[in-house]
Design a protein around this ligand. Structure first.
Ligand code: XIL
Length: 369
């Protein structure tokens, strides 16, 4: 009861605040409206997340497990009905697209792009520069710094060129900072120094000038040492004319840490630099089995992240990192935790799904982004 009332109060404030921002500086890209009706396909349910979000010009996305998409009809149906963008959970990562040096395998990613087209969805490309899920030939190759620079340039150029015209937002650089705001010690920092980030954005832009290029990281949802560091980076890149268009806050929360500090203000300061922002990998893990207070905290975290996004006009998409607990990455990585997604193990919507749905319903009078 208490929770419901607070949602309504927040939503009223939300609409008022959004209304006050109607005259804010225009977007650099044309607004992308989700028609909520895939070309040639059947109409999506009017109370789906994507249909409700389309009323305010917000895209709702999910990471997609392409194995489940190929084999599970219910998974496929929910992906098409509820979401207006998709992110490949793994199949655009370097390890998958170039398992053997020089031999590309785009097949799984191409399938997902095709699915997105058929269902009137946009694609978030994920991810070009990262320290994880690299092919062994690369990590064990004993390459010199100069060779690594050339390999990275070729990787970015080839991948962005392959998908040119089909990607709405690219996560160009992923997770380059530590939680204390220092730069993460990676193969790329060692080979090229901090300028690898600017180079990556320039190379990606050359290969597809129309894709929106994002820096993406976790623990940058709220104010703190890490988001300060990313803010400084973004400001410097903008000042240098580096083609960066947005900041992605992953949004992997855990009920034991509470809600990020001043999330709306934090997203807004990035927007004030002239950047788009996005929630790119939202999930809310907790200890299992889940207690009632933990479940209420999950619902609140999901909807408060959405509210923070709705309140910032530059926030153009809100993506969950998968939607079904049976496919979640959480249990495999965080011992004793799980239940992080908005659908249960049987692909039934959970209370956190309805929390998002209700937040979107209450925000439907807000202006388009
Ligand atoms: C995860 C996937 O969900 C897992 O299936 C895979 O085994 C490891 O990577 N941050 C990111 C994502 O940017 O790419 C990660 O995805 C989760 C954390």
């Amino acid at each position: 009861m208490k929770f419901r009332r607070s949602v309504v109060v927040l939503a009223v404030g939300l609409t008022a605040l959004l209304g006050a921002q109607t005259g804010a500086a225009g977007a650099t890209v044309p607004p992308l409206r989700d028609s909520a009706k895939p070309p040639g396909g059947t109409a999506v349910p009017p109370d789906s997340l994507r249909a409700l979000a389309s009323k305010v010009g917000l895209r709702i996305g999910t990471a997609v497990n392409t194995d489940a998409l190929a084999t599970n009809a219910k998974y496929r149906q929910i992906t098409a009905d509820q979401f207006s963008t998709v992110t490949p959970e793994n199949v655009m990562k370097w390890q998958v697209v170039e398992p053997t040096k020089g031999a590309y395998d785009w097949s799984a990613a191409d399938q997902l792009v095709k699915f997105a087209k058929a269902n009137g969805q946009l694609v978030r490309g994920h991810t070009l520069v990262w320290q994880n899920q690299l092919p062994t030939w690369l990590t064990a190759g004993n390459y010199t710094s100069t060779q690594l620079r050339h390999l990275l340039r070729k990787h970015i150029t080839d991948e962005v060129t392959h998908f040119r015209g089909h990607i709405w937002q690219w996560d160009v650089v992923n997770e380059a900072f530590n939680d204390d705001g220092t730069m993460r010690d990676t193969i790329w920092l060692r080979a090229m120094g901090p300028s690898y980030i600017a180079d990556a954005f320039r190379w990606a832009h050359q290969a597809d000038p129309r894709a929106l290029l994002f820096y993406n990281d976790y623990n940058i949802e709220g104010m703190g040492a890490k988001s300060d560091a990313v803010y400084l980076l973004a400001k410097q890149l903008r000042a240098q004319g580096v083609p960066i268009n947005g900041i992605g806050a992953q949004g992997h929360l855990d009920t034991k840490y509470g809600f990020p500090n001043q999330m709306r203000q934090n997203l807004q300061r990035f927007a004030d630099l002239g950047l788009k922002v996005a929630l790119t990998e939202v999930d809310v893990r907790t200890t299992v089995p889940v207690t009632t207070p933990e479940q209420l905290a999950q619902n609140a975290d999901y909807s408060q992240m959405l509210e923070a996004c709705l309140l910032v006009r530059a926030c153009i998409s809100y993506t969950v990192w998968g939607f079904g607990d049976a496919f979640s990455w959480v249990p495999g990585v965080f011992a004793g935790e799980g239940s992080a997604d908005i659908y249960d193990e049987n692909l039934q919507p959970k209370a956190s799904y309805f929390a998002l749905q209700q937040t979107l319903m209450l925000a439907s009078g807000a202006p388009h982004r």
